[in-house]
Design a protein. Sequence first.
Length: 551
Amino acid sequence: MQEYLIDVIQKGLKAVGIETSTPVTIEKPARKEFGDFSTNIALVLAGECKTNPRKLAQELISHLSFRPGTVGKTEIAGPGFINFHLTPSFIMQSLEQVIREGESFGRMCSGKGQKAIVEYVSANPTGPLTIGRGRGGVLGDCIANLYEALGYDVTREYYFNDAGRQMKILAESVRLRYLERCGDTVEFPDTHYQGPYIRDIAEKLYEHHGDALKEHETLDEFKQTAEQFIFTSIKNTLHRLNIHHDSFFNEHKLYQPGENGKSANDEVIEALKEKGFISEYDRAVWFSTTKLGQEKDKVLIKSSGEPSYRLPDIAYHVTKFERGFSDIVNVFGADHIDEYPDVVEAVRILGYEAENIKVAINQFVTTTVNGETVKMSTRKGNADLLDDLIDDVGADATRLFFIMRSKDSHLNFDVELAKKQSRDNPVFYLQYAHARICSLLKMAERETDFTASSAETGLLQNLESPHELQLSLALQELPEVIQTAARLLEPQKMVDYLHTIAELFHRFYQECPILKSDEELRKARLYLALATRQVLQNGFRILGITAPEAM
């Protein structure tokens, strides 16, 4: 409808002799009495045309030619806005598309032929997933769903970080607990991983090896067993939330020599050195970010010879470009906010299209139970575990609560609210709307000759009440909401939209009798309910929550 109005306005401008490159924009007025759509083109062009905006708007309106039955009224508002009121028949004719396309409604082809990679979770295998990691996992999964809805060929990737100091501490933690299991008295440092899962891994090693590992000089067996145990746990937790990955990129690949005898990390250092962005001092190797206007250079290789996080991250992003991805989306926690701009700058210096990298930073999560905050610490073993939250409130509530606030906002996860069976609980409110429609349609099929499988969509033309029209217009916004949510990397937009749909449906259900209406009106309203259910289902699929038929 927006495209149609833009085309009509552009033809109207030519008819009054205005040739301009200024784009025509169409918006939805904040208040319903101002119409269904509005344009400010008269205000924008008034200066260029040296005329009064309202006068220009009036002249333009007189040259607008609409197809019969599309726009019922056009009027000027305020200093020169042009408002359009669509005819009920046009709104309902457009709504037929929702029922015709079914599960495909909202899916587009703007990303067809393009490859996108969405990296999310990427938690180090040092312990079970915490609630904080869960938020990033759900955010990434929903973003991947949004990109798929736009037609992209999407790869969901987990960056498996199994190198570095934290893995050594993990192995040492398991070894000490293993020695305890063997009967030794050990001093367990506060800096090591304290959780009960460390004892579980040690017990597994003891069951398999007895005390044969006591004299091992290396930590390899402890590290490998811990890594396998924890990563299996991580994948099981993600599966419970309906989160999956297509590929797992192992950080070790970046340290291994290629055919030319150089690792990916080595090649990054050499390439940045050729560009003049490597400095060596204090026995370390630095990315010369002072040349980019920053106050300090950033270390890539520490004086100990160990790479900082930045170096493998730069090399990893190079592999994403080399694998042919046109869109690269990274979902990071707030602890990456200082690092990722340097990675993007390095990629740009190396000659890649860094503007194709999009980063979604999700802020921290705290949980409250009965008004009291639960604090998290993976290292100390008293973390607020994601599995425990799923056990408590369920997978659907966990997913929806993680994304019902903007990723840029700190999230306070109210456990008691997530368990409530009332409209105060957002997931219950949405799913109840879907269940209510399913119940209505089943009752209609039992008591009348209505069948959802053979919708006579032409009967929708009988609907013209404000509640019916408002709901119908909102249902048709799904494709636009998907585009906006994908562009902003903000699934919250989808949650807000579906909440509006549920609210409008409940209002329509209360104000417009359905089963007690005459046959044609009854069928028309049932088809509107059918279209509402379809939009809810399509939206739920993107959010990764279930669509229950009864509650």
